[in-house]
Each structure stands twice: as C-alpha cells, then as structure tokens.
Design a protein around this ligand. Structure first.
Ligand SMILES: [Zn+2]
Length: 315
C-alpha cells in the first residue's frame, strides 16, 4: 500500500508548472517570496526599507545603500539565464523519477552542455548541503560500500583497487520501515573517518547496526549506541534482516546512477549520491519537492563553476 501511494501520487504536472511559473515575472515573484517571506531584508545590515532600481532590477537599502539583486548571494548568483530556465530545470530535476542527466537537461532546456552541467551540479550541491545539515535519527543500518570498477572485472567490495569508498546509512523505524538515508564518500573505512562522519550526520541518540568491520565501533564517539552483527560478509550479510534496507538501497543507488548517467565523474560522486538520497528522503511528497528545493536554493551560497569542478571534500 505504502509503495503504491508513493508511486501513484499526483506530483506536479507540466501544465500546472507552466501555469504557475511560465513567465519571468511569475518566477521573480516566487523567488522573492521564497527569499524574503516577510518582505525585503538587506543582506548587509538587516534593514527592511528599500527602493527598487527598476532599470537593472536591484534592491537598494535605504540604511546602508547596499544594492542586491534577487539572485545575488544565492546558488543562482551571477546567472545569465532567465529564471524561467532555472525553474524548469528545478522542475525536471525534482519531478523525474530517477533524476535527469546534464545531457538530457541540455536538450530539454535548450542550453549548452556546459550550462546544463553547471545547473545540474549546482542543484545537486543544494540537495547535498540541505541533507548534510539534517542528521539522521532512530535506528541506523550502516554498511561500507564502493563505487566504480565492478564492471571492469576488478575485485569486488572491500580492499578492491580504484574503487571509491562510501558509507551507506539508512534510518529505519522500529518496524523496520526505511525513513531516510545518507550516502557519503569517505577517504576510507577508518575509525577516524567514521567518528567524524557520525558526529556530523547522526543524532547522538541513534542506535547503529553494522557488521563486524572494526571502524564502525567509532560511532560511539558520536554518542551513538553500536550493535555489531557479525556476518560472513559479502553475500552472506545480505541475508540478515538487519541489513535489508541498507543493502537494497546500495543496489538501488548503483542501478539508478548507471541507468540515468552515461558517466558519473568519480570526483563528483558525493553530489550524485546526495541527489539520490535527497529524492528518497522526500519521496512521500513529490509535488512539494519543487518549492522546497527552490526555497533552499536561495539560502545556499553561490558556487562558481571553478569550485564546482574541483574534487569535493569527503564527508
Ligand atoms: Zn542595508
């Protein structure tokens, strides 16, 4: 029942989208309301009295004379694109089932590949920062996972060369239903890495269930309770009910990334993982994903292309 409710929910239709956000004016009004729900606030000094310089659509503060545009200081900063294109991109990124590649976005938006790539990665960055700011709670199924290499006949799993390690964590209810998930790239499966990750991503009240891999004991450094379940590892561990969801979700993320994207650049893996998790964590409310992502986007710091193309920090 629950599965059907997720799959058959209404979402946000394309005609509905164009009715609401089809014109540049509609997008500007919506963005203003998301950025300043209680009316304009100067980002420099916090005063609210201002005038609008209509020639270049700048808001000027009466108090400190600082001029700001609707998009400055947000993930949309310095964009040369109309907001209608950005909004359509957010629509496509949030409403397509398994996400949309930069190549597909390029076709749908009618922009260059480079522009589409930049839009896509900026929106994934917003998703990542948002989820990273919200620690998981409850019962956590945790496991080590690896990206890459498998299709080239290399050694699988732990200890395999040229594979990127990432920690997979799925928060479940007492009834074993999955609530939320977080997949983060790590430098490796060491106690230090797991302790740092747990301090950022887990509530201290969590109970973490993992296999016997030594590094997982470090979740206790974040105040969490640790329940190790020793398995034979590999295929054996899949059989344990305690790991059903984390194993399923590791399989799903790999299938989704391989299916949607021609190639996932290794150095950008954290963003792709974050996008998958963001979508999963909000699966019960597909229609709301559009305004919620836009709302967070105006609260996410600018990410110039040169930063976007750098390899990301782990975690
Ligand atoms: Zn001011």
């Amino acid at each position: 029942m629950q599965k059907n409710a997720v799959q058959f929910q209404k979402g946000f239709s394309l005609p509905g989208f164009f009715e609401k956000y089809g014109s540049e004016e509609q997008c500007q009004e919506a963005l203003f309301a998301w950025r300043w729900p209680g009316g304009f606030v100067c980002p420099e000094c916090g005063h609210t009295h201002h005038c609008v310089l209509n020639t270049n659509k700048l808001y000027q503060c009466y108090h400190c004379h600082h001029q700001t545009s609707l998009t400055s200081g947000t993930i949309f900063a310095d964009t040369k694109l109309p907001l209608t294109i950005w909004f359509l991109a957010i629509f496509l990124v949030t409403q397509t089932k398994n996400g949309i590649s930069a190549l597909e976005l390029k076709r749908q938006l009618g922009v260059s590949y480079c522009t589409a790539w930049s839009i896509k990665h900026k929106l994934m960055q917003v998703m990542k920062e948002r989820d990273d700011s919200q620690p998981l709670g409850g019962i956590i199924q945790m496991d080590d996972a690896y990206w890459g290499g498998e299709r080239h006949g290399g050694k699988r799993g732990r200890g395999a060369a040229h594979k990127i390690p990432f920690v997979a964590a799925v928060a479940t209810s007492e009834e074993h239903h999955p609530i939320a998930m977080r997949f983060s790239q790590l430098k490796g499966f060491t106690k230090t890495e797991i302790a740092l990750w747990s301090q950022q991503h887990l509530e201290p009240s969590c109970t973490v269930i993992s296999d016997g891999l030594t590094c997982f004991t470090a979740v206790t450094e974040a105040g969490c309770k640790h329940v190790p379940i020793v398995t034979g590892g590999g295929a054996d561990s899949v059989k344990h009910e305690e790991f059903t969801w984390v194993n399923t979700m590791i399989g799903n993320v790999k299938k989704a990334l391989n299916g949607t994207y021609h190639k996932v650049g290794d150095k950008h893996l954290p963003r792709y993982l974050a996008e998958f998790c963001y979508r999963f964590n909000r699966r019960f409310n597909l229609g709301d994903m559009f305004p919620r992502l836009a709302y967070v986007a105006v609260r996410t710091a600018p990410m110039p292309l040169r930063l976007l193309t750098l390899a990301e920090q782990s975690g």
